[in-house]
Design a protein around this ligand. Structure first.
Ligand code: ACO
Length: 327
């Protein structure tokens, strides 16, 4: 029997209720709506409520994806959660999500994946391997973040960029073989930790004022690296699949900055009408950004069966990668 492909049969997402606009941020730090909009494309972002954790966002998105796929939580063979902002150091957020979803009754395996903003692409790739080998038939893949909890709200270079949210997909084995994930490509380069990191952690210890550390970024340098890596991702996915850029129907990129998104779209010669853009309303939600954007275009009904959808992401690590899907 031929190897099954991993088909996305349902998508879901969740955003916390509280909106934080650029105007509100300008009351806290020395910035302006005009600066943030023109440099990033962001207008507002969502912030998780007190007592609302990454697992809560993940569960809400996961339930929506399961409902869209018409799959019961008891039919899942694996739950993956991509996050940089876990509820706790351990157990994994995926374990907490598994329990909150009720999948503990089935002892469904669950684990986290940490690849910062590329986390969802990494998780999708892992799930794809599990399905192709026949080890799993149905996998719930979630990207969820509460980045607001690791921001330095006095640093205007970073606090304006990030937001909270979650997105999810259900992947199912498809023996028809034509639809599903066609390829995933993952990359990492750990030589640039000093450009994008949190200034505290478990083993190294927290910053002098205590706590877990907050995001530190050399934005300009990261910007250049992100543009280069994402353009490379596009070429790599096309080459690997023997496709031309005209054949791609949808680009679903990581939502860090509208200028980075536009440069990736330009590489594909793709009009912005066929690019998923949520950065204006979500900001950068790290591992949640690609599945949130995917859910938005999937639910709009604009993605049709057999469309070719290219997802790509870049983030801390550095990590980057792509997933090409025949819808
Ligand atoms: N408001 C007003 N001025 C600001 C702000 C702000 N919020 N932030 C920075 N500035 C100032 C700087 O101090 C600097 O002033 P100076 O010239 O007097 O020194 C000036 O604006 C220019 O700063 P740059 O950092 O060069 O601005 P840039 O055009 O590069 O935009 C930005 C900054 C938006 C952060 C951009 O570099 C970017 O988007 N970088 C990529 C982010 C990214 O993709 N991250 C990857 C994923 S994140 C993850 O993995 C967790």
């Amino acid at each position: 029997m031929s190897m099954p492909s991993a088909r996305i049969t349902g998508t879901g997402s969740y955003l916390p209720q509280k909106r934080l606009t650029n105007h509100e941020l300008a009351q806290k730090v020395n910035t302006s709506d005009e600066w943030i909009r023109s440099r990033t494309g962001i207008i507002e972002r969502r912030i998780a409520a007190e007592g609302e954790f990454t697992s809560d966002l993940a569960v809400a998105a996961g339930k929506n994806a399961l409902m869209a796929a018409g799959v019961s939580v008891h039919d899942l063979d694996l739950i993956l959660t991509a996050t940089t902002t876990p509820d706790l150091i351990f157990p994994s957020t995926a374990s907490i999500v598994q329990h909150k979803l009720g999948a503990h009754l089935n002892r469904t395996p669950a684990f986290d994946i940490q690849a910062v903003c590329s986390g969802f692409i990494y998780a999708l790739s892992v799930a794809d391997q599990f399905i192709r080998t026949g080890a799993c038939r149905r996998v719930l893949v979630i990207g969820a973040e509460t980045l607001s909890r690791i921001l330095d709200w006095s640093d205007r270079g970073t606090c304006i960029l990030f937001g909270d949210g979650a997105g999810a997909v259900v992947l199912e084995a498809d023996h028809g073989g034509k639809r599903g994930i066609l390829s995933t490509h993952l990359h990492a380069d750990g030589a640039h930790v000093d450009l994008l990191y949190t200034h505290g952690g478990v083993s190294r210890g927290g910053p002098s004022e205590g706590g877990i550390g907050t995001i530190r970024m050399h934005g300009n340098e990261v910007f250049k690296q992100a543009v280069k890596a994402l353009e490379g991702c596009v070429d790599e996915a096309l080459d690997a699949n023997g496709l031309t850029k005209e054949q791609i129907d949808w680009l679903v990129p990581h939502q860090a900055n509208i200028r980075i998104i536009q440069s990736t779209a330009k590489r594909l010669g793709m009009p912005m009408e066929r690019v998923a853009v949520t950065v204006d309303r979500h900001g950068n939600t790290s591992a949640a950004s690609v599945p949130l954007a995917l859910d938005e275009v999937a639910r709009s009904g604009l993605i049709q069966p057999d469309h070719l959808v290219l997802m790509a992401a870049f983030g801390g690590g550095f990590t980057w990668g792509s997933a090409l899907v025949r819808w």
